[in-house]
Structure formats: structure tokens, C-alpha cells
Write a protein that binds this ligand. Sequence first.
Ligand code: FMN
Length: 363
Amino acid sequence: MGDKQRFTSSRKLDHLRICAEEDVECGDAGFEDIRFVHNALPECDMGAIDLSARFLDHTLSSPLFISAMTGGHPGTKDVNARLGRAAERYGIGMGVGSQRAALENEALADTFAIVRNEAPHAFLVANIGAVQLRDHGIAWAERAVEMIEADALAVHLNFLQEAIQPEGDHNAVGCLGAIEELCRDFKTPVIIKETGCGISAATARKCWGAGIKAIDVGGWGGTSWAAVESVRADKGKTARDRALKALGQDFSGWGIPTVVSLAEVLATGGPVIASGGIRSGLDIAKGLALGAGLCGMALPLLRPAMESDEALASAIDAFHRELTAAMFLTGSATVADLRKAPLYITGRTRQQIDKDNPARIRR
Ligand SMILES: Cc1cc2nc3c(=O)[nH]c(=O)nc-3n(C[C@H](O)[C@H](O)[C@H](O)COP(=O)(O)O)c2cc1C
């Protein structure tokens, strides 16, 4: 393994440890500003509520999606195995983390392939960065999909993180063209995914125009890569490390809150995955009621996945219980019913999504 490959791989382990051990959550995704209208006469049976959801021609047992997190270092394989087993057991979808490390070094492919071994029937999403796609083309996209026999490919956008990482890719020119070229020839559906800064209506329009099949908003208000990179820089001792730490802190407030991004993207098309700061089954219910097809969670599942299968199952059970209760109390027997449930949008979120708000600058 060369130095570059070793570095990509060890960074994956750093990220996992930092996310599991440090405070890396910033901001407000906007879910507090959403309130359901309580239905005092729900006329449905809580025991018979159907959580199943359709997404990209797949039927999933629940709209909870395990967002992309890991793989790419031998120390991440067990976590991916646990997440895969949970995806299979619950019939839910799952994304793997960026497959770059295994595309650079085939010996790491098993840290991703384990997910398909553990989840032979699950809806699985492969993952590469837009910069890697631009630099290596469709060949890497194909290998990423083959590695886990994926049902879809997420191309992630993480330019905030790249801007803060000293070793980051600082040139974003040509990524949209690469996505367009990929979508022209690729058989597997392509999803565009942010990683914590959200997607605007303008960016969404460009992506739909390029031929993508879904968007994962990856909005602000949950795990912050500015915070993660700031913590990472804090472990170094040089003046450059101190400058990077400050840069990360300054930009921890950067991004479009998840609920705002969801509204922006849904105004341009769909299907859409809501993710970024979803922290409960009630947040999942709100995401669905706002129009999301699935709701992704990363950090809330990471800590239990690092612990045990039981811990992960009990976290998922709790989220499902909360989602079921919210469906019951809005009189929603199915996810389709929940999408029609009335809600209030208040506070800053309302200001940001109100198209008649004079403070909202549209370009
Ligand atoms: C440990 C960790 C690793 C991640 N790695 C990736 C990645 O490789 N590719 C990607 O697209 N997103 C990655 N993400 C971002 C998540 O998929 C998600 O978009 C983001 O964390 C927001 O969700 P959350 O607030 O529920 O954590 C990672 C998140 C975590 C916590």
C-alpha cells in the first residue's frame, strides 16, 4: 500500500473514532419548527400501522435509512457488518461510506463487501465522491457498485470538508459534467448526496438536469464535518493545525438546514431522502410529512453499531416506536397517509422557506 492509500484508509478510522467520541453535532436542522396537528380521534389501530415505504422501485419495510458512514479500514469492517445485519433484519435501506479507499486499494474491498454478505436482500447504496468520479470516471463508479452489488450509487458532495482538510480536493471544476456523463451511460440509479451542508433548489435543478434519479439533502443541523475536521486538526501541534481548527470552528454554522433544504429540493422534483440531524422517530415522521421518501440517520446509529447488534436493534426499535406513535396520533395508517398529515411550520424555518418573505433572496 502506498502512502496516499494508507492515508485515505487511516483517515476513515480517525473519522469513526472522532464521531463516536467527540461532540461533532452543530446547529439546528429545523425539526423543532415543525409541529403536527394532533388528531384527537385518529380512527386507526396503532398495532396495525404499516411503516413500509417505496423508494426507487424498491419496497422497504420502513422509511428509516442507514446513511453512509464507513468501510475502508480493516477496523471498520465489524461496524459495517453490524449495520448490514440490521438492514437485513429490519428490511431497511443502507448506504456504505465512501469507497475511495477500496478503489485505491483492492485489499480493503471486503470492509464494504461484508455489507452485502450480511444483507443479501437489502436496498444498498454504493458511495463515491464527486471529485473521484471526475478524476476516475465511470470505471470507479462501476467498481463501487459491483463491490457491494448495489441497488443505487450515491455521488457525495462534501466541499466544505474538502475546503477544511489540508489534504482536501480544492478544485471542484468539472464535477457536474462528470455526473452528467455518468448518468448518460449508467444502468444503476444515481443519487446526489450532500454530507451536512444541504442542497439548494438551484443545485437540485442542475442535478436533475444531469439525469440523477434521487437527491439526499444531507442538510445542516446534525453531524458537522467542519466540527470533525476541527477536532482532527486539534490533535496536531503546528500553527497550520491551529489555523485549520479555527477554520473548522468558523464554518460549523455553514449550510442549509435540513428542513429548509428538503423544502427547496422538493420544489424541484423527487424522490428525496431527508438526512442531517434526524434524531428521533418523530423527526422521521416530520421528514415524511414534509415530503421525503426516506429519512436517513448516520450518527445516532454509529454509537450503537460500534457497541453490539443488540444496542443497534434497540436504537432502531426506539425510532420505529416513535414513528409509529406519531403516525397513530396523526391518524396515519400508512406512510402515504402521513404525507398528507397537517402540520404547522414555525419560526426561522418558516421564514427561510416562505417564498413571499422579502428577506429571502431568490436567484
Ligand atoms: C462517521 C461518519 C462517516 C461518514 N462518512 C460518509 C461518507 O463516507 N460518505 C458520505 O456520503 N457521507 C458520509 N457521512 C455523512 C452521513 O452520511 C450524513 O450525511 C451526515 O452525517 C448527516 O447525518 P447525521 O446528522 O444523521 O449524522 C458520514 C457520517 C458519519 C457520522
